[in-house]
Design a protein around this ligand. Structure first.
Ligand SMILES: [Zn+2]
Length: 421
Protein backbone atom coordinates (compact mmCIF):
# COMPACT_ATOMS: atom_id res chain seq x y z
CA UNK A 1 0.00 0.00 0.00
CA UNK A 2 1.18 3.48 -0.72
CA UNK A 3 1.81 6.17 1.79
CA UNK A 4 3.40 4.38 4.71
CA UNK A 5 6.15 6.13 6.50
CA UNK A 6 8.91 5.47 4.01
CA UNK A 7 10.27 8.99 4.41
CA UNK A 8 11.61 8.45 7.86
CA UNK A 9 13.66 5.43 6.85
CA UNK A 10 16.07 7.10 4.48
CA UNK A 11 16.90 10.02 6.64
CA UNK A 12 16.74 7.74 9.68
CA UNK A 13 20.33 6.74 10.24
CA UNK A 14 22.08 10.09 10.02
CA UNK A 15 19.24 11.79 11.78
CA UNK A 16 19.32 9.20 14.54
CA UNK A 17 23.05 9.74 15.01
CA UNK A 18 22.52 13.47 15.25
CA UNK A 19 19.62 13.06 17.64
CA UNK A 20 21.54 10.56 19.73
CA UNK A 21 24.46 12.92 20.22
CA UNK A 22 21.99 15.62 21.11
CA UNK A 23 20.11 13.34 23.49
CA UNK A 24 23.24 12.34 25.32
CA UNK A 25 23.93 15.99 25.95
CA UNK A 26 20.39 17.12 26.73
CA UNK A 27 18.92 13.76 27.88
CA UNK A 28 15.60 15.20 26.77
CA UNK A 29 15.12 14.32 23.12
CA UNK A 30 13.21 11.08 22.51
CA UNK A 31 15.06 8.87 20.08
CA UNK A 32 13.53 7.79 16.83
CA UNK A 33 13.31 4.00 16.44
CA UNK A 34 15.50 2.63 13.64
CA UNK A 35 13.36 0.38 11.48
CA UNK A 36 15.46 -2.62 10.54
CA UNK A 37 12.75 -4.04 8.25
CA UNK A 38 13.20 -1.11 5.87
CA UNK A 39 16.65 -2.37 4.95
CA UNK A 40 16.04 -6.13 5.29
CA UNK A 41 12.57 -7.68 5.30
CA UNK A 42 14.17 -11.11 5.85
CA UNK A 43 15.78 -10.33 9.20
CA UNK A 44 13.99 -12.40 11.82
CA UNK A 45 16.26 -11.92 14.83
CA UNK A 46 17.89 -8.83 16.32
CA UNK A 47 19.38 -7.44 19.51
CA UNK A 48 18.45 -4.00 20.75
CA UNK A 49 18.76 -1.71 23.73
CA UNK A 50 15.58 -0.76 25.57
CA UNK A 51 15.34 3.03 25.61
CA UNK A 52 12.06 3.44 27.45
CA UNK A 53 9.40 1.44 29.29
CA UNK A 54 5.78 2.17 29.97
CA UNK A 55 2.82 0.29 31.43
CA UNK A 56 4.99 -1.52 34.05
CA UNK A 57 7.36 -2.81 31.40
CA UNK A 58 4.66 -4.24 29.15
CA UNK A 59 5.11 -1.48 26.59
CA UNK A 60 8.69 -0.99 25.49
CA UNK A 61 10.62 1.20 23.08
CA UNK A 62 13.87 0.06 21.48
CA UNK A 63 16.71 1.90 19.77
CA UNK A 64 16.01 -0.30 16.75
CA UNK A 65 13.51 -2.99 15.80
CA UNK A 66 12.71 -5.54 13.11
CA UNK A 67 9.05 -5.68 14.25
CA UNK A 68 6.76 -4.21 11.63
CA UNK A 69 4.00 -2.02 13.13
CA UNK A 70 0.46 -1.97 11.72
CA UNK A 71 0.72 0.62 8.94
CA UNK A 72 -0.03 1.16 5.29
CA UNK A 73 -2.71 -1.52 5.51
CA UNK A 74 -0.20 -4.24 6.46
CA UNK A 75 -0.82 -6.05 9.78
CA UNK A 76 1.85 -5.87 12.50
CA UNK A 77 4.35 -8.64 13.20
CA UNK A 78 4.15 -10.99 16.13
CA UNK A 79 6.95 -12.89 17.87
CA UNK A 80 8.91 -12.58 21.11
CA UNK A 81 10.94 -9.84 22.73
CA UNK A 82 13.17 -10.66 25.71
CA UNK A 83 11.13 -13.85 26.17
CA UNK A 84 7.75 -12.04 26.26
CA UNK A 85 5.15 -12.46 23.55
CA UNK A 86 4.62 -9.43 21.32
CA UNK A 87 0.87 -8.73 21.25
CA UNK A 88 0.88 -5.55 19.20
CA UNK A 89 3.33 -3.25 17.42
CA UNK A 90 2.24 0.37 17.16
CA UNK A 91 3.60 3.05 14.91
CA UNK A 92 3.73 6.27 16.93
CA UNK A 93 5.36 8.29 14.18
CA UNK A 94 8.97 8.71 15.28
CA UNK A 95 8.93 5.66 17.50
CA UNK A 96 7.56 2.14 17.54
CA UNK A 97 5.86 0.75 20.65
CA UNK A 98 6.00 -2.99 21.38
CA UNK A 99 3.07 -4.21 23.49
CA UNK A 100 3.99 -7.33 25.44
CA UNK A 101 2.06 -9.96 27.40
CA UNK A 102 4.58 -9.77 30.28
CA UNK A 103 6.96 -7.13 31.62
CA UNK A 104 10.55 -7.09 30.32
CA UNK A 105 13.14 -5.84 32.84
CA UNK A 106 16.42 -6.22 30.91
CA UNK A 107 18.12 -3.24 29.30
CA UNK A 108 19.09 -5.29 26.28
CA UNK A 109 16.75 -7.71 24.53
CA UNK A 110 16.65 -10.17 21.67
CA UNK A 111 13.68 -9.99 19.33
CA UNK A 112 12.40 -12.85 17.21
CA UNK A 113 9.85 -12.31 14.46
CA UNK A 114 7.16 -14.90 13.71
CA UNK A 115 8.46 -15.57 10.21
CA UNK A 116 5.46 -17.50 8.89
CA UNK A 117 3.17 -14.56 9.60
CA UNK A 118 5.64 -11.97 8.31
CA UNK A 119 6.38 -13.87 5.09
CA UNK A 120 2.66 -14.42 4.47
CA UNK A 121 2.13 -10.66 4.86
CA UNK A 122 5.03 -9.99 2.47
CA UNK A 123 3.48 -12.31 -0.12
CA UNK A 124 0.07 -10.61 0.11
CA UNK A 125 1.61 -7.13 0.00
CA UNK A 126 3.91 -7.66 -2.99
CA UNK A 127 1.09 -9.60 -4.66
CA UNK A 128 -1.14 -6.56 -4.19
CA UNK A 129 1.41 -4.22 -5.80
CA UNK A 130 1.69 -6.65 -8.72
CA UNK A 131 -2.08 -7.07 -9.12
CA UNK A 132 -2.67 -3.29 -8.91
CA UNK A 133 -0.08 -2.78 -11.66
CA UNK A 134 -1.55 -5.54 -13.85
CA UNK A 135 -5.15 -4.24 -13.71
CA UNK A 136 -3.87 -0.69 -14.37
CA UNK A 137 -1.89 -1.89 -17.41
CA UNK A 138 -4.58 -4.23 -18.77
CA UNK A 139 -7.71 -2.18 -18.13
CA UNK A 140 -6.62 1.26 -16.89
CA UNK A 141 -8.13 0.72 -13.43
CA UNK A 142 -6.57 2.70 -10.58
CA UNK A 143 -6.41 1.19 -7.11
CA UNK A 144 -8.36 3.35 -4.67
CA UNK A 145 -7.87 1.30 -1.51
CA UNK A 146 -6.44 -1.93 -0.19
CA UNK A 147 -7.19 -4.12 2.80
CA UNK A 148 -5.00 -6.99 3.97
CA UNK A 149 -7.28 -9.33 5.90
CA UNK A 150 -6.58 -12.32 8.11
CA UNK A 151 -8.32 -14.51 5.53
CA UNK A 152 -8.57 -12.73 2.22
CA UNK A 153 -7.22 -9.38 1.05
CA UNK A 154 -9.11 -6.92 -1.13
CA UNK A 155 -8.30 -4.38 -3.77
CA UNK A 156 -10.81 -1.62 -4.62
CA UNK A 157 -10.48 -0.24 -8.15
CA UNK A 158 -12.16 2.79 -9.72
CA UNK A 159 -14.51 0.94 -12.05
CA UNK A 160 -18.21 0.23 -11.40
CA UNK A 161 -18.10 -3.46 -12.31
CA UNK A 162 -15.78 -6.24 -13.43
CA UNK A 163 -16.63 -9.25 -15.58
CA UNK A 164 -15.54 -12.79 -14.75
CA UNK A 165 -13.45 -12.75 -17.94
CA UNK A 166 -11.59 -9.60 -16.85
CA UNK A 167 -10.89 -11.12 -13.42
CA UNK A 168 -9.57 -14.30 -15.08
CA UNK A 169 -7.39 -12.31 -17.48
CA UNK A 170 -5.90 -10.24 -14.66
CA UNK A 171 -5.24 -13.40 -12.64
CA UNK A 172 -3.54 -15.07 -15.60
CA UNK A 173 -1.30 -12.05 -16.36
CA UNK A 174 -0.40 -11.62 -12.67
CA UNK A 175 0.69 -15.25 -12.41
CA UNK A 176 2.75 -15.00 -15.61
CA UNK A 177 4.72 -12.19 -13.96
CA UNK A 178 5.09 -14.33 -10.84
CA UNK A 179 6.63 -17.12 -12.95
CA UNK A 180 9.05 -14.65 -14.58
CA UNK A 181 10.51 -14.18 -11.07
CA UNK A 182 11.15 -10.48 -11.59
CA UNK A 183 13.33 -8.72 -9.01
CA UNK A 184 11.57 -6.61 -6.37
CA UNK A 185 13.84 -3.85 -5.10
CA UNK A 186 13.75 -0.92 -2.69
CA UNK A 187 15.30 2.46 -3.44
CA UNK A 188 15.28 5.87 -1.83
CA UNK A 189 14.61 8.85 -4.06
CA UNK A 190 13.77 12.49 -3.68
CA UNK A 191 10.03 13.08 -4.01
CA UNK A 192 10.71 16.10 -6.23
CA UNK A 193 12.55 14.08 -8.85
CA UNK A 194 11.18 10.53 -8.45
CA UNK A 195 9.45 9.63 -11.72
CA UNK A 196 7.27 6.82 -13.00
CA UNK A 197 5.41 6.24 -9.74
CA UNK A 198 2.09 4.46 -10.22
CA UNK A 199 0.49 6.92 -7.85
CA UNK A 200 1.94 10.33 -7.09
CA UNK A 201 3.02 10.62 -3.46
CA UNK A 202 1.87 13.59 -1.42
CA UNK A 203 5.01 13.31 0.68
CA UNK A 204 8.00 15.59 0.49
CA UNK A 205 11.63 14.72 0.99
CA UNK A 206 12.90 11.20 0.53
CA UNK A 207 10.56 8.48 -0.66
CA UNK A 208 11.00 4.75 -0.13
CA UNK A 209 10.15 3.25 -3.49
CA UNK A 210 9.34 -0.44 -4.01
CA UNK A 211 9.86 -1.55 -7.62
CA UNK A 212 8.86 -4.67 -9.51
CA UNK A 213 11.21 -4.82 -12.50
CA UNK A 214 9.68 -3.43 -15.71
CA UNK A 215 6.24 -3.25 -14.11
CA UNK A 216 5.74 -1.01 -11.12
CA UNK A 217 7.21 1.71 -8.92
CA UNK A 218 5.23 2.56 -5.80
CA UNK A 219 6.04 4.63 -2.71
CA UNK A 220 5.57 2.17 0.15
CA UNK A 221 6.88 1.49 3.65
CA UNK A 222 5.84 -2.17 3.77
CA UNK A 223 7.84 -5.39 3.77
CA UNK A 224 8.17 -7.12 0.41
CA UNK A 225 9.57 -10.31 -1.08
CA UNK A 226 12.78 -9.99 -3.14
CA UNK A 227 11.42 -11.47 -6.38
CA UNK A 228 7.94 -12.09 -7.74
CA UNK A 229 8.40 -15.87 -7.69
CA UNK A 230 8.25 -15.76 -3.89
CA UNK A 231 4.71 -14.37 -4.00
CA UNK A 232 3.61 -17.81 -5.14
CA UNK A 233 0.27 -18.32 -6.86
CA UNK A 234 -2.14 -15.37 -7.00
CA UNK A 235 -5.79 -16.40 -6.85
CA UNK A 236 -8.62 -13.95 -7.42
CA UNK A 237 -11.81 -14.72 -5.51
CA UNK A 238 -15.15 -13.02 -5.75
CA UNK A 239 -15.68 -9.53 -7.12
CA UNK A 240 -18.22 -7.20 -5.46
CA UNK A 241 -19.61 -3.81 -6.23
CA UNK A 242 -18.84 -1.36 -3.42
CA UNK A 243 -20.30 2.12 -3.94
CA UNK A 244 -18.61 3.51 -7.09
CA UNK A 245 -15.83 0.90 -7.07
CA UNK A 246 -15.35 -2.78 -7.65
CA UNK A 247 -13.78 -4.85 -4.86
CA UNK A 248 -11.52 -7.72 -5.90
CA UNK A 249 -10.78 -10.42 -3.34
CA UNK A 250 -7.40 -12.09 -3.70
CA UNK A 251 -5.03 -14.43 -1.89
CA UNK A 252 -1.37 -15.15 -2.54
CA UNK A 253 1.15 -17.90 -1.75
CA UNK A 254 0.11 -20.66 0.64
CA UNK A 255 -3.25 -18.97 1.13
CA UNK A 256 -3.95 -19.50 -2.58
CA UNK A 257 -2.94 -23.17 -2.29
CA UNK A 258 -5.14 -23.64 0.79
CA UNK A 259 -8.07 -21.92 -0.90
CA UNK A 260 -7.72 -24.03 -4.04
CA UNK A 261 -7.51 -27.18 -1.89
CA UNK A 262 -10.64 -26.22 0.11
CA UNK A 263 -12.57 -25.40 -3.09
CA UNK A 264 -11.46 -28.67 -4.68
CA UNK A 265 -12.51 -30.69 -1.63
CA UNK A 266 -15.91 -28.98 -1.54
CA UNK A 267 -16.45 -29.65 -5.23
CA UNK A 268 -15.32 -33.28 -4.85
CA UNK A 269 -17.81 -33.88 -2.02
CA UNK A 270 -20.54 -32.34 -4.13
CA UNK A 271 -19.59 -34.46 -7.15
CA UNK A 272 -19.51 -37.60 -5.00
CA UNK A 273 -22.97 -36.93 -3.61
CA UNK A 274 -24.23 -36.56 -7.18
CA UNK A 275 -22.26 -39.59 -8.42
CA UNK A 276 -20.74 -37.36 -11.08
CA UNK A 277 -17.34 -36.10 -12.15
CA UNK A 278 -16.39 -32.62 -10.83
CA UNK A 279 -16.65 -31.03 -14.29
CA UNK A 280 -20.22 -32.34 -14.66
CA UNK A 281 -21.49 -30.82 -11.40
CA UNK A 282 -22.55 -27.38 -12.68
CA UNK A 283 -24.70 -28.79 -15.54
CA UNK A 284 -26.10 -31.52 -13.33
CA UNK A 285 -27.13 -29.10 -10.58
CA UNK A 286 -28.77 -26.81 -13.15
CA UNK A 287 -30.73 -29.77 -14.59
CA UNK A 288 -31.78 -30.97 -11.13
CA UNK A 289 -32.88 -27.47 -10.21
CA UNK A 290 -35.17 -27.39 -13.26
CA UNK A 291 -36.56 -30.83 -12.38
CA UNK A 292 -37.19 -29.72 -8.80
CA UNK A 293 -39.14 -26.69 -10.02
CA UNK A 294 -41.21 -28.91 -12.33
CA UNK A 295 -41.87 -31.38 -9.51
CA UNK A 296 -42.91 -28.52 -7.18
CA UNK A 297 -45.44 -27.18 -9.64
CA UNK A 298 -46.76 -30.72 -10.29
CA UNK A 299 -47.08 -31.22 -6.52
CA UNK A 300 -49.07 -27.99 -6.15
CA UNK A 301 -51.34 -29.09 -8.99
CA UNK A 302 -51.97 -32.47 -7.31
CA UNK A 303 -52.59 -30.80 -3.95
CA UNK A 304 -55.22 -28.59 -5.56
CA UNK A 305 -56.85 -31.60 -7.21
CA UNK A 306 -56.86 -33.55 -3.95
CA UNK A 307 -58.20 -30.57 -2.00
CA UNK A 308 -60.97 -30.17 -4.53
CA UNK A 309 -62.03 -33.85 -4.13
CA UNK A 310 -61.86 -33.73 -0.32
CA UNK A 311 -63.78 -30.45 -0.24
CA UNK A 312 -66.52 -31.90 -2.46
CA UNK A 313 -66.82 -35.05 -0.27
CA UNK A 314 -67.03 -33.10 3.01
CA UNK A 315 -69.36 -30.55 1.50
CA UNK A 316 -71.74 -33.26 0.28
CA UNK A 317 -71.73 -34.86 3.73
CA UNK A 318 -72.39 -31.56 5.56
CA UNK A 319 -75.87 -30.47 6.67
CA UNK A 320 -76.83 -26.97 5.48
CA UNK A 321 -77.57 -24.54 8.35
CA UNK A 322 -80.75 -22.44 8.53
CA UNK A 323 -79.27 -20.02 6.00
CA UNK A 324 -78.51 -22.93 3.68
CA UNK A 325 -74.71 -22.67 4.17
CA UNK A 326 -72.66 -25.85 4.48
CA UNK A 327 -69.56 -25.83 6.70
CA UNK A 328 -66.39 -27.79 6.05
CA UNK A 329 -64.26 -27.97 9.21
CA UNK A 330 -60.64 -29.08 9.42
CA UNK A 331 -58.75 -29.04 12.69
CA UNK A 332 -55.14 -30.17 13.04
CA UNK A 333 -52.96 -30.70 16.12
CA UNK A 334 -49.85 -29.32 14.44
CA UNK A 335 -48.82 -27.58 11.25
CA UNK A 336 -49.38 -24.25 9.57
CA UNK A 337 -52.38 -22.51 8.06
CA UNK A 338 -50.65 -22.62 4.68
CA UNK A 339 -51.30 -26.37 4.59
CA UNK A 340 -55.05 -25.73 4.97
CA UNK A 341 -55.19 -23.12 2.25
CA UNK A 342 -55.82 -25.47 -0.74
CA UNK A 343 -58.80 -27.02 1.09
CA UNK A 344 -60.09 -23.57 2.09
CA UNK A 345 -59.93 -22.32 -1.50
CA UNK A 346 -61.50 -25.49 -2.89
CA UNK A 347 -64.37 -25.26 -0.38
CA UNK A 348 -65.05 -21.60 -1.02
CA UNK A 349 -65.36 -22.31 -4.75
CA UNK A 350 -68.45 -24.46 -4.02
CA UNK A 351 -71.96 -22.94 -3.77
CA UNK A 352 -73.02 -21.48 -0.38
CA UNK A 353 -70.02 -22.92 1.41
CA UNK A 354 -67.89 -21.93 4.37
CA UNK A 355 -64.54 -23.34 5.47
CA UNK A 356 -63.30 -23.20 9.06
CA UNK A 357 -59.79 -24.44 9.66
CA UNK A 358 -57.66 -24.54 12.81
CA UNK A 359 -54.15 -25.48 13.81
CA UNK A 360 -53.34 -25.99 17.50
CA UNK A 361 -49.55 -25.74 17.48
CA UNK A 362 -47.00 -24.32 17.31
CA UNK A 363 -49.34 -21.31 17.13
CA UNK A 364 -53.06 -21.58 17.82
CA UNK A 365 -54.46 -20.15 14.61
CA UNK A 366 -57.59 -20.14 12.55
CA UNK A 367 -58.50 -19.79 8.86
CA UNK A 368 -61.93 -18.87 7.52
CA UNK A 369 -63.08 -18.91 3.88
CA UNK A 370 -66.52 -18.29 2.45
CA UNK A 371 -68.02 -18.59 -1.02
CA UNK A 372 -69.29 -15.52 -2.84
CA UNK A 373 -72.96 -16.53 -2.54
CA UNK A 374 -72.77 -17.68 1.12
CA UNK A 375 -73.78 -14.29 2.54
CA UNK A 376 -70.83 -14.66 4.95
CA UNK A 377 -68.06 -12.05 5.15
CA UNK A 378 -65.08 -14.13 6.28
CA UNK A 379 -62.98 -11.14 7.38
CA UNK A 380 -65.72 -9.46 9.38
CA UNK A 381 -66.92 -12.72 10.95
CA UNK A 382 -63.43 -13.70 12.05
CA UNK A 383 -62.57 -10.24 13.38
CA UNK A 384 -65.60 -10.28 15.68
CA UNK A 385 -64.71 -13.73 16.98
CA UNK A 386 -61.04 -12.80 17.49
CA UNK A 387 -62.00 -9.65 19.40
CA UNK A 388 -63.97 -11.80 21.88
CA UNK A 389 -61.23 -14.42 22.17
CA UNK A 390 -58.30 -12.02 22.52
CA UNK A 391 -56.78 -12.95 19.17
CA UNK A 392 -55.39 -10.98 16.24
CA UNK A 393 -55.87 -11.14 12.49
CA UNK A 394 -58.13 -10.28 9.59
CA UNK A 395 -58.53 -10.62 5.86
CA UNK A 396 -60.94 -10.20 2.97
CA UNK A 397 -64.61 -11.14 2.69
CA UNK A 398 -63.54 -14.41 1.02
CA UNK A 399 -60.49 -15.43 3.09
CA UNK A 400 -59.27 -14.43 6.56
CA UNK A 401 -56.92 -15.76 9.20
CA UNK A 402 -55.82 -15.02 12.75
CA UNK A 403 -53.90 -16.22 15.78
CA UNK A 404 -55.13 -16.88 19.30
CA UNK A 405 -53.37 -16.65 22.64
CA UNK A 406 -54.15 -20.23 23.76
CA UNK A 407 -55.80 -23.53 22.90
CA UNK A 408 -58.78 -22.67 25.10
CA UNK A 409 -59.21 -19.41 23.19
CA UNK A 410 -59.01 -21.42 19.96
CA UNK A 411 -61.74 -23.81 21.21
CA UNK A 412 -63.95 -20.80 22.03
CA UNK A 413 -63.34 -19.20 18.63
CA UNK A 414 -64.13 -22.45 16.79
CA UNK A 415 -67.42 -22.81 18.73
CA UNK A 416 -68.40 -19.23 17.86
CA UNK A 417 -67.61 -19.86 14.19
CA UNK A 418 -69.74 -23.00 14.18
CA UNK A 419 -66.70 -25.16 13.76
CA UNK A 420 -66.82 -27.00 17.10
CA UNK A 421 -66.59 -30.75 16.87
ZN1 LIG B 1 2.52 -1.10 -0.51
Amino acid sequence: MDGAREDTASTGRSKVRRLYRGARRARMVRRMTTRLYYADAYQTEFDARVVERADDGRRIYLERTAFYPTSGGQPHDTGTLGGATVRDVIDEGERIAHVLDAPVEHDSVTGRIDWARRFDNMQQHTGQHLLSAVVADLFGWATVSVHFGAGVSTLDVDVPSITAEQAARAECRANEIVFENRPVTVSYEDAATASGLRKASAREGTLRIVSIADLDRSACGGTHVRATGEIGAILIGKVDKVRQSARIEFVCGMRAVERARADHDALSRLAQSLSAAPHEVADLVARQSTRLKDADSRLRQLETELASRVARERYDAAQPDTAGVRRVVERRVAGSLDELRPLALATSSLPRAMFIGAVESPNASVLVAASEDSGVDAGRTLKAVLADAGGRGGGSARLAQGTLPSRDALDGAMASLGGAR
